[in-house]
Design a protein around this ligand. Structure first.
Ligand SMILES: [Zn+2]
Length: 541
């Protein structure tokens, strides 16, 4: 295996990829090298910026420089001693409708120049295309992928099998399944550039998920043309291990200044928004006065620093188990990114399957967006599959979450202790105390110290969707268990009335007796007396 996973969070992974020019760490960004016009030299990319790998285009190399990269070797030709990936000219097919070389020629050329990672000549699907056309690109790419294994001669090169299909998700799935059957070491998702240019990050997320769900999970996945740092965390969280970026240079040429929160025109900036060495030593006004070439170099270097810094933050977040928190923060850069995160709910089960659910630290919940987190999905599924209430439990006593965790150590819990003392051991053994708590739902007392039920912080007041989610969880729990009576300690200030109503109607439908005590309306003593009375009444029947 050329790829080994070291750390995981969501579908992201910090991994080691072995290439013939050394081992590189993922998630990894390959800056695109254009040998014709290159604002930052490849040597500098490695020495100054720490990029371990670059990507260049084999089709352009062959067309423009012919045998020179073969004679010198690709690494010497570029003056770069890290890993070099080559693309095949597929992008030129997308833009110009075709290339004047066959797949066999491009494959042979990549073998002769000595690429570390190389790509077959696939046919990109593109964005606004009919399904018939999209299906043709998938078929032709697959035919070429199968053909390729008959002609390749070098096994020390890592070969990339591209997945096509564009926004036609069933075609992406088919392409992934069939390409995944072939012995490629790496896969790549094609055609996302136009999806990103149109800010359809939700479609992009679906495309990535469809590829990810249908490819061999352990093989690294490259996302072609995803060069903006504001969307790195989304792509990494969904399982993309590599990206390439021409954007750092293209944006620089157009006087555009990237940040992890979006893009500015240089002329709009009064202040630089970044602490990189370039921005620290100059002002936007000074940079505006430079020659176009100097300005381009300045912006390209700044853009690279920003990309590299964001990747480091992402890696640290993966290591800390904080990638979801990082992602939630980052999607605020643009509503279209936020939309993509909102829609992730539908892939919750798949993400939960591969994501670690125990972290080095506690979780932060800011809003109902967090309900899609794997830890919430995991708890819901485990409760469904594995949890049964104690056998002698006749009354379900539902108490609201407390600020202090674990809940049973909170002051509010003392009154429940007093009630059970009054009832005596025998009767109180029939009362099962559970908490209803956002974002998890019903938390039985005996589980309230299990990670992460006590190891999280949640923003208050709860939003409507979160309250509704918890109410649904309570209702589902009552439906699938067999208590005779449900007693709800109701806190209308935090939970409103809908949760109580749902709880009551579920009990009515099931023929379970329902009682509630408003814990905000009465004094502590009265609550105690009422609870005592209710419980005695129901337990003696
Ligand atoms: Zn900067």
């Amino acid at each position: 295996m050329s790829f080994e996973t070291k750390e995981k969070d969501l579908l992201a992974r910090i991994g080691k990829l072995k290439t013939k020019s050394g081992t590189v760490e993922t998630p990894l960004l390959f800056p695109v090298i254009n040998p014709n016009i290159q604002p930052v030299s490849p040597r500098k990319l490695k020495e100054t910026f720490g990029f371990e790998a670059v990507i260049t285009n084999a089709y352009i190399l062959k067309k423009r420089f012919q045998n020179k990269p073969i004679e010198q070797g690709l690494h010497k030709f570029l003056d770069f001693d890290g890993a070099v990936m080559t693309d095949s000219g597929a992008y030129q097919i997308l833009v110009y409708g075709g290339v004047e070389m066959s797949q066999a020629e491009i494959v042979e050329y990549q073998e002769r120049i000595g690429s570390d990672i190389a790509t077959i000549l696939d046919i990109p699907t593109g964005w606004k295309v009919t399904k018939t056309h999209a299906a043709k690109t998938v078929e032709e790419t697959l035919r070429r992928a199968k053909d390729f294994f008959k002609t390749k001669t070098r096994d020390d090169i890592l070969w990339v099998g591209p997945v096509q299909g564009g926004r036609h998700l069933d075609l992406v799935a088919k392409s992934a399944i069939e390409t995944g059957k072939l012995p490629f070491q790496i896969h790549a998702l094609g055609s996302p550039t136009e999806v990103m240019e149109n800010y359809r990050f939700d479609v992009l997320a679906d495309m990535i998920m469809m590829a990810k769900m249908n490819l061999p999970f352990e093989r690294p996945l490259h996302l072609f043309g995803a060069g903006h740092p504001m969307m790195f965390s989304l792509a990494v969280a969904l399982g993309c291990d590599f990206f390439d970026s021409a954007a750092y240079a293209l944006y620089a040429r157009e006087n555009r200044y990237m940040t992890e929160n979006g893009t500015w025109r240089l002329s709009e900036l009064d202040y630089f928004l970044c602490p990189c060495p370039r921005c620290a030593s100059e002002t936007p006004k000074e940079v505006m006065e430079k020659t176009p070439k100097e300005r381009e170099e300045f912006l390209a270097e700044h853009n690279l620093y920003v990309c590299q810094a964001e990747l480091k933050r992402i890696k640290q977040a993966i290591r800390d188990g904080k990638l979801w928190e990082h992602l939630e923060m980052r999607v605020h850069a643009h509503p279209a990114l936020f939309t993509a995160l909102k829609k992730l709910k539908k892939h919750g089960d798949f993400i939960e399957k591969y994501s670690p659910t125990v972290k080095r630290s506690g979780l932060f919940f800011f809003s109902s967006i967090g309900l899609a987190r794997p830890e919430v999905v995991h708890y819901r599924n485990r409760m469904l599959e594995r949890y049964c209430p104690p056998e002698n439990a006749r009354v379900l006593l539902l108490a609201p979450q407390t600020r202090k965790k674990p809940f049973h150590k909170a002051q509010e819990f003392n009154r429940l202790k007093q009630v059970s003392k009054r009832l005596g051991e025998e009767l109180s053994g029939n009362v099962h105390v559970c908490f209803y708590a956002a974002p998890f739902g019903v938390i039985p007392l005996e589980l309230d110290e299990v990670y992460p039920l006590s190891q999280h912080e949640i923003a208050l007041p709860l939003d409507r969707e979160t309250v509704d989610y918890v109410a649904d969880q309570v209702s589902d729990y009552i439906k699938r268990t067999h208590y005779e009576t449900v007693v709800l300690l109701h806190d209308p200030q935090q939970w409103g009335d809908s949760a109580k109503k749902l709880c009551k109607s579920t009990c009515l439908k099931k023929g379970v007796r329902f009682e509630h005590v408003n814990i905000k309306a009465e004094g502590s003593k009265n609550i105690l007396t009422r609870l005592d009375m209710i419980l005695r009444k129901h337990l003696s029947e």
